[in-house]
Write a protein that binds this ligand. Structure first.
Ligand code: PHE
Ligand code: ZN
Length: 849
């Protein structure tokens, strides 16, 4: 096989493996550049299995020996694994391989991070540890022995024995190899306990490098809350004697749900008031919950193959969102999620990388850990729940856990439990899993003789490889208001199934004002000929908090678009309404902060493109600046009072209430800074006793170009803290003027603390650059070139993170030909790099086509 023609894998080609794995025993003899892995695997050939079906995956392994039933065997090493003649009766496979954890910069398989060993096996990393059928439908129990001088030696399951320089673990729950984990290092733990609802005592530990032990308490509380919540809401109990979490500095993703041994990017678990913002705390709580919830949705019930990834990810994201809504504020969480969906998933769905939540082909599965699989996958679950109702949803979930515990499943299995629990036919709903693209939903209305009729028309533009789209089932939550703002029709979920469909509301005295797609009941783009007057009315009166925010968001977008395309002044009716709402102290500060959050500039560019115009990033930036400046002036009398009201008494606590006030603090301070030359921000920076306030003040000062001193003192204060330094790197760029962003980013890549080897640091700089819309898209092309240079450099070390960050280029078709040519040129330059990884090659090829 040559490596030049990339192989494509298809869902339709699925075939089961011909052998069951009864048990796996692994021994690790740890050494940084020459770790030995001994495996003893009991295989049971299934009926009709041919010896030629026996293929074990393996990559970057040095085979030392292989034997079957104690007799050495000849194997045929091929690209990606080995073949071997095997008996037709159960047999014991034994192999020894050597691997090099220290040389592993891809951070997949067994690698080293700051002197500790750790593993990352999802999706196909186990094959870099030993020869194995590395596919999620092959499940087995594991016994692991680790030998090494490190103080702490961890693996999955329960500890069974240990001594000086060794430890043994047994995981009694059959699992696929992607859930395997091993950690070894001189770590310190933050211990605790949890008693499950049936009275079982579980040891809990968060393991960190010395120096980080003071940053574990919050994560531990989040873990215990997650365990309780999953018992109460889904009836799911934990199933081992111990649950370990480890913080790792070098990690490609957020965290990983390995059975009983979750491995976390340290940025997603370590927290302290001095070093973490409220947003960090909220995210950490959510990710701890997410990984814990995977124990049932992912581990006990796993995926048959990687095409089914959203089976575990969509459901688990949905579950963690429910958890956050319960722990904090439901409407605030929903608004945050929709902002994120529009910022990350919509561009994917509407660009060259568009794919369904369940893709049907891939070259490199790592490229499909996407916003579509995760976030749209979660939206699909939310729709399902809305359609069947809460009671039937939990009935179906009980059936799912009951029927499929211990199995590797498909989306078909998932939908079948809904069919069986509710009697509904899910065939049409399934299109949400198979069709790519964001549906457009056009609405028109009519009032006649007391009857109000809403007519919806759905359509989805063609996406790569999918020209024809069939109508989907769309739950549309609608409420009606009268002209005083009273709700005359409480929320009702309309179930749309046709391409065009009307719904009538009878017995009305006058034409109502509709509130459509409440709670964002489906991930669609709503199009309606409406007026700013009606939007302003809903912004003031809608009883659904999501749609109230949405009305304000639409106004915020429309006023900027009118400034950009027609040179208009900021809409004064909207400004008045906004000011009124912001001054209303009866409203939740978190909600007011969200209302003050400017619409994303990339989102504005996408909307302009959708309306047939070519977005100019600089004009979008200028309009946003002008609007904010106008708002600051119009609100100036109230700013000191509003600012003072955001003070939180008592010691810092990352709860929703305090966080809401501080979110509003950041918005108000940024307005104030435009009027007082940064005086208040400087004071806040100097007196802040927590990172949230300090960070907000630094951002304001940098934005006002008054941040040089503050930035230097921030650096001095925090240079030893890796996670705070990531913030420092990112802020220099995200607060820069558009013309300066790429230059500053380039300078930062020569800073002594910049390194390609740490994904967090790389993302801090390159993510901030690509996230600075007007800065990244400067017509000089400097931003594009800088990103491409760094992607090329990183690809040689870490293909996964490189490939993922190529997505910054996905929106090229929106822009003018000059920018298009610049971006395509950079993509071509990446594509023709010698020795480019399969990961990155697939991404640039898809983006270019
Ligand atoms: N499965 C992990 C999660 O969602 C994400 C992950 C994927 C981590 C691949 C590492 C590698 O929680
Ligand atoms: Zn997950």
């Amino acid at each position: 096989m040559t490596s030049s023609a990339p192989q494509t894998f298809y869902l339709k080609d699925y075939t089961p493996f011909g052998f069951d794995v009864e048990s796996v025993e692994l021994t690790f003899k740890l050494a940084p550049t020459a770790t030995r892995v001994l495996s003893r695997i009991r295989f049971i050939p299934q009926e009709n299995a041919a010896s030629s079906d026996f293929f074990l995956h393996g990559e970057e392994l040095e085979l030392i020996s292989a034997a079957i039933d104690g007799t050495p065997v000849q194997v045929e090493e091929v690209d990606g694994g080995l073949n071997c003649a095997v008996p037709s009766t159960p047999f014991l496979w034994e192999a020894e391989v050597e691997i090099n954890p220290k040389g592993n910069t891809a951070l997949e398989g067994l690698y080293m991070s700051n002197g500790m060993y750790c593993t990352q096996c999802e999706a196909e990393g186990f094959r870099k540890i030993t020869y194995y059928p590395d596919r999620p439908d092959v499940m087995s129990t594991f016994k692991v022995r680790i030998e090494g001088p490190e103080k702490v030696l961890l693996s999955n399951g329960n500890p069974t024995a240990s001594g000086e320089g060794w430890a043994e673990w047994h995981d009694p729950w059959p699992k696929p190899a992607y859930l395997f984990a091993l950690v070894a290092g001189d770590l310190i733990n933050h211990p605790d306990h949890f008693t499950t609802k049936s009275g079982k005592d579980v040891d809990l530990n968060i393991w960190v490098r010395p120096g980080d032990e003071g940053k574990c308490a919050f994560g531990m509380e989040a873990l215990k809350k997650s365990m309780t919540w999953d018992e109460e809401v889904y009836g799911r109990e934990y199933d081992l004697d111990i649950f370990n979490i480890v913080a790792v500095d070098d990690f490609n993703m957020g965290a990983m749900e390995n059975k009983g041994l979750n491995v976390f990017n340290s940025s997603c678990v370590l927290a302290s008031p001095e070093t973490s913002t409220d947003a960090n705390f909220e995210r950490i709580e959510a990710i701890i919950a997410h990984e814990y919830f995977h124990n049932w949705t992912g581990n006990r019930i796993t995926c048959r193959d990687w095409f089914q990834l959203c089976l575990k990810e969509g459901l688990t994201v949905y579950r963690d969102a429910q958890f956050t809504a319960d722990m904090r504020s439901e409407p605030v969480k929903r608004i945050e999620d929709v902002i994120a969906l529009r910022a990350r998933q919509f561009p994917e769905d509407q660009g060259p990388l568009s794919h369904p939540p369940r893709p049907e082909e891939f070259q490199e599965i790592n490229n499909f850990y996407t916003a579509t699989v995760y976030e749209k996958g979660a939206e699909v679950i939310g729709m399902l729940k809305r359609l069947v109702g809460d009671a039937d949803y939990y009935k179906a979930l009980d059936l799912y856990f009951d029927r499929h515990d211990g199995q590797a499943c498909t989306i078909e299995d998932w939908l079948s439990v809904f069919e069986d629990a509710t009697g509904r036919d899910m065939a049409q709903f399934k299109r949400w899993y198979s069709q790519a693209g964001t549906p457009k939903l056009k609405v028109s209305d009519n009032f006649d003789a007391g009857t109000y009729t809403l007519t919806f028309e759905q359509s989805t533009a063609p996406t790569p490889g999918q020209d024809i789209k069939d109508p989907r089932v769309i739950p549309i939550a609608v409420g009606l208001l009268n002209d005083k703002g009273d709700e005359i029709q409480p929320t009702r979920v309309l179930e749309m199934t046709q391409a065009t469909q009307s719904f009538a509301f009878d017995g009305l005295a006058a034409k109502p004002v509709p509130s459509i797609l409440r709670e964002f009941s489906a991930p669609v783009i709503l199009e309606r000929d409406t007026t700013n007057t009606e939007r302003t009315f809903l912004f003031a009166h809608d009883t659904d908090p999501f749609n109230r925010w949405e009305a304000g968001n639409a106004l915020a977008k429309e006023t900027r678009l009118a400034m950009i395309t027609a040179g208009e002044a900021p809409d004064s009716a909207y400004l008045d309404a906004l000011i009124k709402l912001v001054r209303d102290d009866t409203l939740d500060p978190a909600f007011r902060a969200l209302v003050l959050q400017a619409p994303g500039q990339s989102d504005l560019a996408q909307t302009l493109h959708a309306r047939g115009q070519v977005p100019d990033p600089q004009k979008i930036y200028d309009a946003s600046e002008t609007f904010t400046q106008t708002l600051a002036q119009a609100l100036s009398d109230s700013l000191p009072r509003l600012y003072a009201a955001t003070t939180v008494d008592g010691p810092y606590s990352p709860d929703a209430e305090g966080a809401g006030k501080r979110a509003l603090n950041a918005r108000i301070l940024s307005l104030l800074t435009r009027l007082d030359a940064g005086e208040q921000a400087q004071r806040q920076f100097e007196t802040a006793d927590n990172m949230t306030l300090q960070y907000a003040a630094l951002a304001c000062l940098l934005k006002a170009d008054k941040g040089a001193d503050a930035s230097a003192s921030f650096f001095d204060q925090w240079q030893e803290d890796r996670l705070v330094m990531d913030k420092w790197f990112a802020l220099q760029i995200s607060c820069a003027e558009p013309e300066a962003a790429a230059r500053i980013a380039k300078e930062l890549t020569t800073h002594p603390l910049f390194t390609l080897k740490n994904p967090n640091r790389f993302r801090a700089v390159m993510g901030a650059l690509s996230g600075h819309h007007a800065g990244f898209h400067q017509i000089s092309g400097a931003g594009y070139t800088l990103l491409a240079d760094n992607l090329i450099a990183l690809d040689a070390l870490n293909p996964q993170t490189t490939a993922r960050m190529c997505a910054a280029f996905q929106s090229w078709p929106r822009y003018d030909t000059a920018r298009q040519e610049l971006i395509k040129g950079e993509l071509q330059r990446i594509a023709t790099t010698k020795g480019l990884s399969r990961d990155t090659n697939e991404m640039v090829t898809r983006i270019l086509n």
